[in-house]
Every structure is written in C-alpha cells, then in structure tokens.
Design a protein around this ligand. Structure first.
Ligand SMILES: [Zn+2]
Length: 173
C-alpha cells in the first residue's frame, strides 16, 4: 500500500428516518497507529455519535468513554488513562453567515452533496487534546524498579544535576 490509510468512522447524513440517530464505534490502538500517533500505546474507547437534525444542518455529539494507554512521564512504564467526556459540534450546509460557533458548538461546514460524514479526524483531535502534557501514575503508583533505574542513571532523565541542590545532595552522601 502506498497511501497511509486513516480509519473511517462514517455516519450517514441522508436517508435517516428517525432522529437523533446514534452510532457506536470502538476506538482501539490501531486507530492511533493509522494516524501515526506514537504517544498512545493502546486504546479501548467506546465512542457514541449522536446526530440530530436541526435548522440548517445537524447537531453532532460525540461521547467518549474508556481508556488510553500512555507512557508515564515519571517511570516510563505503561499507564492507563481513563477518560469520559463529550464534544459538541454543529454540521451546517453552506450558509451566508460566517459564524464559527453556535450555542457553544464549533461549526463544521458541509458540502450540499455530502451524503455521509467521517468523524475520524474530530475523534482523533478530541482524544489527543484530552491527553495532558504531563501524564504520570498517581503518586506512589509508579514502578519502583523503573524509578530506581532512572534516578541511579547518571545524567538520566530522572535527574536534574544542574541546580544548587545537586551539590547539597553530594554533601549529604
Ligand atoms: Zn509511573
């Protein structure tokens, strides 16, 4: 395969008889792999997409429930990052009004011919944004063996030697 295949989480926009229409997807580690995101080691997220018809287009609600597996910034071991949040968007057929948000929802333009909508980019962005810059195990839950290795290693990532306290530490030893 020459092209990078990003996963498609597509929902139909036409031909629906009842609203809101909900669709469920399972987001796994493969999803992040396809996007080339290496920070997420694995994932088990249940995604519920709720689409409701309204004037000018649709409201789109994404509900995320599950966990990501990340690498702990402190001990570098795998850690579960539980998550549970929702995100709201508005899908709009091209209109004259140039508003970016509506009722707190980010507006996404639709082409008049769009018959379905792929939420995978939104899902990827929302999940990546949910990861804090620094993510660690709760205090005391890090792998003690890994921490020992990291702090024993001279000049290792776990140590900052270039501080006034570095010399004090030497005196103590
Ligand atoms: Zn840790």
């Amino acid at each position: 395969m020459n092209e990078t295949m990003t996963p498609e989480l597509s929902i139909p926009l036409t031909g629906l008889k009842t609203y809101p229409e909900t669709t469920q997807f399972a987001v796994s580690g493969d999803f992040f792999e396809a996007f080339g995101q290496e920070e997420v080691l694995d994932a088990a997220v249940q995604l519920t997409v709720s689409l409701d018809k309204e004037a000018g287009g649709f409201s789109l609600d994404l509900y995320f429930e599950g966990k990501l597996v990340l690498r702990c910034d402190r001990c570098l071991e795998e850690m579960d990052w539980p998550l549970s949040f929702s995100a709201r968007y508005a899908l709009r057929r091209a209109s004259e009004e140039e508003t970016e948000t509506e009722d707190g929802r980010e507006i996404i333009p639709l082409e008049p011919t769009d018959k379905c909508f792929d939420v995978s980019q939104l899902v990827y962005d929302e999940l990546c944004l949910s990861i804090p810059i620094r993510h660690t195990h709760p205090d005391g839950k890090c792998n003690p063996e890994s921490l020992k290795y990291l702090t024993d290693k001279p000049g290792g990532e776990g140590e900052v030697m270039d501080t006034p306290f570095a010399s004090l530490k030497d005196l103590k030893l």
